[in-house]
Design a binder for this molecule. Structure first.
Ligand SMILES: [Fe+2]
Length: 298
C-alpha cells in the first residue's frame, strides 16, 4: 500500500503506449486493498463525488461547491492539526505564508472554488476538479494551461493518516498553497507545457523525475536550513520527519543531470531527496533542460 502523499499520476514505470493513448477511467475504481472497499456508504459517496467532479471537469465548470459530511470533516480535523504542527517547524516559508493567505485551517475543509478564484488573482493559476488520478497526458495538458487538477474526496476514516491515492488532504495541504508563488507557478506550468508537447518518452520520463524530486518530494534551502516544499512530503506526517532526518534516506544537492536519471518508487517511503537552493534556481534549471531537449515551449 502506498504512503500518503504518493501520486498515482506519476507512475515510476513509463509505459510509452499509455502516454500516447492514456487510459481514461469513466467510472470510480478503488484499487484492491483500498480501506474504503468494504464500506458501502463510502463507496456511494465516492461515486457521487467522482461523477460530480468529472462532470465539472469535462464541462469546464470549475470546482463544484461540495457540502462535506460530518465524517469527512472529522477526518480533516483529525489529520490537518498534526500536519500543521509539523509544517510550522519544517515547511518552507513560501508554503507557510500561502497557507495563511489562503486561510486553509484545521476546522473546515476548504472550498476549492474560493481558493481557485484567489489563485487566479495572485498567479493566474486555477484549480481543475479531478475525479481521481488523471491520465498523464491529460494531467500535463491542464497544467500547461495553468490549471492544477485537484481531488475533492477525502480518504477513508479507518486510516486517517493513510491514503492509497492522492486525496483532498494531499492536494489541499500539499500542492495548493505553493501555487500562490509566482516562481512555483511558472515552474509547474513549464513542466506541463514541456511534457504535454514532447512526443519523446525519455524526455517525459526526465520531466517526471524533475517534477517528482521538486514539486512532489523536493527539499529547499532556506537561510542555512533545509526545509520541505514537496507536496508528497507536506501531506504526510511520516514523510516530513523521514525526509529531513531518516538515516535510511539520502539528501543531496539538486543537480539536474543526477535528478533526471534517478528512479523512484511511489509505493514506498522515499529514499532519495534533493535539496534545491531556491525556486528561481529550479525554474532556471528547468528552462535549460527544456532548451537542451529542444522542446519549443519557451
Ligand atoms: Fe501529488
Amino acid at each position: 500500500m502506498k504512503e500518503p502523499g504518493t501520486l498515482v499520476e506519476y507512475g515510476a514505470t513509463i509505459d510509452a503506449a499509455a502516454m500516447v493513448v492514456p487510459p481514461d477511467t469513466t467510472e470510480l475504481e478503488l484499487e484492491p486493498g483500498h480501506p474504503g472497499l468494504g464500506d458501502a456508504g463510502y463507496v456511494v459517496r465516492r461515486k457521487e463525488l467522482f461523477d460530480l467532479c468529472r462532470r465539472h471537469r469535462l464541462g469546464n465548470l470549475g470546482p463544484p461547491t461540495v457540502v462535506y459530511t460530518p465524517e469527512e470533516t472529522r477526518i480533516w480535523r483529525e489529520v490537518s492539526p498534526k500536519l500543521h504542527e509539523l509544517h510550522d517547524k519544517y515547511a518552507c516559508s513560501i508554503y507557510l505564508k500561502a497557507k495563511r493567505d489562503l486561510a486553509i485551517n484545521e476546522t473546515e475543509i476548504p472550498q476549492l472554488r474560493t481558493i481557485s478564484e484567489r489563485l487566479e488573482r495572485e498567479t493566474n493559476m486555477h484549480l481543475v476538479p479531478a475525479e481521481g488520478a488523471l491520465p498523464y497526458r491529460t494531467f500535463y495538458e491542464y497544467i500547461a494551461k495553468r490549471g492544477f487538477p485537484v481531488t475533492q474526496f477525502i480518504r477513508h476514516g479507518s486510516h486517517p493518516e493513510f491514503t492509497p491515492e492522492p486525496d483532498m488532504i494531499h492536494d489541499c495541504l500539499g500542492h495548493v498553497p505553493p501555487l500562490m508563488n509566482q516562481d512555483y507557478a511558472e515552474l509547474l506550468t513549464l513542466i506541463g507545457k514541456a511534457a504535454a508537447t514532447t512526443a519523446r518518452g525519455e524526455q517525459v520520463l526526465a520531466l517526471k523525475r524533475f517534477s517528482w524530486f521538486s514539486i512532489e518530494f523536493g527539499l529547499i534551502e532556506e537561510v542555512g536550513e533545509t526545509k520541505v516544499f514537496g507536496a508528497g512530503i507536506l501531506s504526510s506526517t511520516g514523510e516530513i520527519p523521514h525526509s529531513l532526518f531518516s538515516k535510511d534516506a539520502t539528501r543531496r544537492p539538486f543537480v539536474t543531470d543526477m535528478v533526471i536519471t534517478t528512479d523512484y518508487d511511489p509505493s514506498q517511503m522515499q529514499k532519495d531527496f534533493f535539496i534545491a537552493p531556491s525556486l528561481p534556481f529550479l525554474r532556471r534549471e528547468l528552462e535549460a533542460l527544456v532548451r537542451r531537449f529542444d522542446i519549443p515551449v519557451l
